[in-house]
Structure formats: structure tokens, C-alpha cells
Design a protein around this ligand. Structure first.
Ligand code: UGA
Length: 438
């Protein structure tokens, strides 16, 4: 089996590497010559645990190649995966499909024999059909079938999510295409991964429904956390108490500063627009988008309150700026709302993130970037944990206390136990749990 993966972003690179680990002959294609040159040198464009090692091994084994030549890479491939970006379109929140359609035209030009054309990027319902139309229009003689095969991997655990998925969703009307897709995913049969075959459009919607449901679950527990604060309850206990019900499930019930990242914010918004246009609005998801946006903005107020109502002249030490740990991705990270709001309120912000600072420096002005966790805390009036990186989970509390001007910690990820922090002499504010004061 030979496949061409168009686009070496998160989805394309991880999927390409993992398919080649399955034994498939893969060529990953990107227009960006610099990116391909770096990949050929073994330099990954993203931080994803285990990806560099995996790529190095399979490149050496000759199963994974990188190229800027789409035409050569697509010719003779059994399957061509479209894994280019589908960002939010400025102004209306719809997914911007211009990259997908441009690639479709190039693929049309490059097809030599039968191939399945697979959309792996998250694309709105109807995109696969339109890609098929574009190819057919450009090349009436081309032999191909369209497939939707959405990706459910999470940044930070992408390789494991690809290799041990809960399920694989494949949308197509063609038996020939089904057979090729089944062959590509054959190694997953060994671990009895359920494969859900659907129509093309149903598969496209399934991806949005999955992300939207997860975003809703997070937003639900975030609102319960706010209520816990008013009623003196503990959201972690509530999450456990409801999550043990198999119908609800324990995952994605961790209250925090609001979801971010490259997927949930863009996909919730895109599905809201699709549903409005289809005349079947998703009121729940509309509210989720609104509540989450407001939540991210509101988080800075907690810090200001912890400082006694004013941040003027105060120094805030921010630990973690990426939207979650084990990634360098800053897209829609809560830190992008929290840090400017603190600066506007008159605070000086010092910050440290193990992997995200290169990206963050481009997006956040006026921040004092530090080299280590402890350097960041030196002389600060309050510590704010925005991202739950492992290295922030076991801070030397005595050392922290000595470094701070005031022993205050605002923990937006509930990393610490309130009683322990109070016993160590801190004023500790977390999410949805009774505050603890020394
Ligand atoms: C998400 C989905 O989880 C993947 O299944 C999907 O494939 C991917 O989007 C995508 O569409 O490409 P990802 O954005 O990498 O993956 O990250 P998540 O682990 O889902 O986290 C998203 C956000 O929700 C983060 O800001 C995280 O901190 C937040 N979150 C997550 C919570 O606040 N609480 C939770 O309990 C879980």
C-alpha cells in the first residue's frame, strides 16, 4: 500500500508517521519548502512527545518520505489524504476551505490510476462531495472514490491516540474504497478497534459532533464549578460522583479556565454556523461558545481579586501559557485572554512555559519571559497556574514562599490540594473548590 499525505501539520504529520509505522509506504507532502527541508533533517515543526523518534526510525527504514512535489507523490498512490488546515474564516466563523479545494485541484491534475481521496482534516458536511465534484470537473477521466476519515487525536498524546483509538470512522459510498481503508487500518483489527462505516456526510458531521460534545461536557463542569464556589461545594468530588456513572463517564470533566486549542473553539463555531444555515440551530452549542469565551475573559478577575481588588503595580508570575500541557500550541489558549487583561489592569507579567514560549512571544507583548519556573516567581505578588505541565505539579513550596512577595497561588487547573497549600502557609484559590487561606 502506498499513500500520499497532503499537509504536514499536526494531523498530517502524525497520521503519516503512524500509517508508516503500520507498514504502509507513506510520502508526506507540503508546499512549504523550509518545513520539508527541516523534516528531512529530522527537525519536527511541532512539539509532540515521541514524534521525532518515531519519524527518525521509519525514515531510516525507508517507509516514510517527505516531498514538496505533490504531483509525483500522488501518482500511483492507493490513497491520497487531504490533511491541510481548515482555520476559522475571519468574520463569520465558517471553516475556511480554500486550502482543501486548492489541494483538490492539484490532486485532480496528478491522479494516474484509481485512488481513494480521503479528507482527514476536519471539514464541514458537504466538503467531501465538493472535493469530488472539483476533481471530476477538472479530470472527467479520473478514477477515484471519496472518503471521509476524521481524526480524533489529541495534541500531546497524538501517537497513542492514533495507534490505540477508541474507534475509526470511515464515511464512503464505495465498497472498493472501504476495502482500501480497511487494509490501511488492518493493524487495528488486532486490538479489536471498532470501525464505524457511514455515509460520507455522516462521517463529516460525526467529527464535529464529537468535538462539540466534548466542549459541551467541559463547559458544563466549568459552570458547575462556578456554582460550587457559590455553594461551598467541591467540583472535583461532583465530577467523580457523576463521572462514575458509565452513562456520563469520567473523562473531560476537569474544570479549568475554559477550553482552547486548535480544534474545540473553531469546530464549535463552525458547527453553530452550519446548523444555523441548515435551519436547525444548535442552541446548546451556541451557549457553550458564549459561556467559554466569557469564561476565558473572566479568569483575570480571579487573580485581581486574589491581589485584594487591584493589580496596579503588582507582579504576576504566570506558569504555563499553552492551551494544554505537552504541546507548544498557543492557539486560542486562555493565557491569550488572561495575560493582556492583567496587563491592562496595571500588572507586570512574568511568565514561563516549558515548550510554548517561542510561539507565545509572537502573540503576547510586554511579558517578561523567564528561563525557569523558579526564576519566574522571583519577587512576584501572586503565582497563576494556567497550564498543568508536570513540572508545576510538585513545586518546592518552601522555595516558592521565599521567592514570592506574598504567598498567593491562583491555580486555574486544580493541580494542588487546598488543605496542603493552606498548611504550607499559602492563600490558595482554585476552580470550583472552597478557597483555603493560611
Ligand atoms: C481535541 C479532541 O480531544 C480530539 O479528540 C480531536 O481529535 C482534536 O481536538 C481535533 O479535532 O483535532 P485537543 O484540541 O488536542 O483535542 O485537546 P484536548 O485534550 O481535547 O483539550 C482541549 C481543551 O479542553 C484544552 O484547552 C484543555 O485544557 C481543555 N479541557 C480538556 C478541559 O478544560 N477540561 C477537560 O476535562 C479536558
Amino acid at each position: 500500500m502506498r499513500i500520499a499525505m497532503i499537509g504536514t501539520g499536526y494531523v498530517g504529520l502524525v497520521s503519516g508517521a503512524c500509517f508508516s509505522e503500520f507498514g504502509v509506504d507513506v510520502v508526506c507532502v507540503d508546499k512549504d519548502e523550509g518545513k520539508i527541508a527541516r523534516l528531512l533533517d529530522g527537525v519536527m515543526p511541532i512539539f509532540e512527545p515521541g514524534l521525532d523518534k518515531l519519524v527518525e526510525t521509519i525514515v531510516r527504514a525507508g517507509r516514510l518520505r517527505f516531498s514538496t512535489n505533490l504531483k509525483e507523490s500522488v501518482a500511483g498512490a492507493d490513497a491520497v489524504f487531504i490533511a491541510v488546515g481548515t482555520p476559522s474564516r475571519r468574520g463569520d466563523g465558517h471553516a475556511d476551505l480554500s486550502f482543501v479545494y486548492a489541494v483538490a485541484r492539484e490532486i485532480a491534475d496528478a491522479l494516474t490510476g484509481y485512488a481513494v481521496i480521503v479528507t482527514k482534516s476536519t471539514v464541514p458536511v458537504g466538503t467531501g462531495k465538493e472535493v469530488g465534484r472539483i476533481i471530476r470537473e477538472a479530470r472527467p477521466d479520473a478514477q477515484f472514490d471519496m472518503v471521509s476519515n476524521p481524526e480524533f487525536l489529541r495534541e500531546g498524546s497524538a501517537i497513542n491516540d492514533f495507534m490505540r483509538p477508541d474507534r475509526v470512522v470511515i464515511g464512503t459510498a464505495s465498497d472498493r474504497a472501504k476495502e482500501i481503508m480497511r487494509n490501511l487500518y488492518r493493524p487495528l483489527y488486532l486490538i479489536e478497534t471498532p470501525i464505524v462505516f457511514t455515509a460520507l456526510e455522516t462521517s463529516e458531521l460525526t467529527k464535529y459532533a464529537a468535538n462539540t460534545f466534548l466542549a459541551t461536557k467541559i463547559t458544563f463542569i466549568n459552570e458547575i464549578a462556578d456554582l460550587c464556589e457559590q455553594l461551598g461545594c467541591d467540583v472535583q468530588d461532583v465530577a467523580k460522583g457523576i463521572g462514575l456513572d458509565g452513562r456520563i463517564g469520567r473523562k473531560f470533566l476537569h474544570a479549568g479556565p475554559g477550553y482552547g486549542g486548535s480544534c474545540f473553539p473553531k469546530d464549535t463555531l463552525a458547527l453553530v454556523r452550519t446548523a444555523q444555515e441548515a435551519g436547525s440551530p444548535l442552541k446548546i452549542v451556541e451557549t457553550v461558545v458564549e459561556v467559554n469565551d466569557a469564561r476565558k475573559k473572566q479568569m483575570a478577575k480571579r487573580v485581581i481579586q486574589a491581589l485584594g481588588g487591584s493589580a496596579k503595580g503588582k507582579t504576576v508570575a504566570v506558569l504555563g501559557v499553552t492551551f494544554k500541557p505537552n504541546t507548544d500550541d498557543m492557539r486560542d489558549s486562555p493565557s491569550l485572554d488572561i495575560i493582556p487583561a492583567l496587563q491592562e489592569a496595571g500588572a507586570t507579567v512574568r511568565a514561563f512555559d516549558p515548550e510554548g514560549m517561542t510561539e507565545a512571544k509572537k502573540l503576547l507583548d510586554g511579558v517578561i519571559w523567564c528561563d525557569t519556573t523558579y526564576e519566574c516567581m522571583g519577587g512576584a505578588d501572586v503565582v497563576v497556574i494556567i497550564t498543568e505541565w508536570n513540572e508545576f505539579r510538585a513545586l518546592d513550596l518552601d522555595r516558592v514562599k521565599k521567592l514570592l512577595r506574598q504567598p498567593i497561588i491562583v491555580d486555574l487547573r486544580n493541580v494542588y490540594d487546598p488543605q496542603t497549600l493552606a498548611a504550607a502557609g499559602f492563600t490558595y484559590i482554585s476552580i470550583g473548590r472552597p478557597s483555603a487561606a493560611a
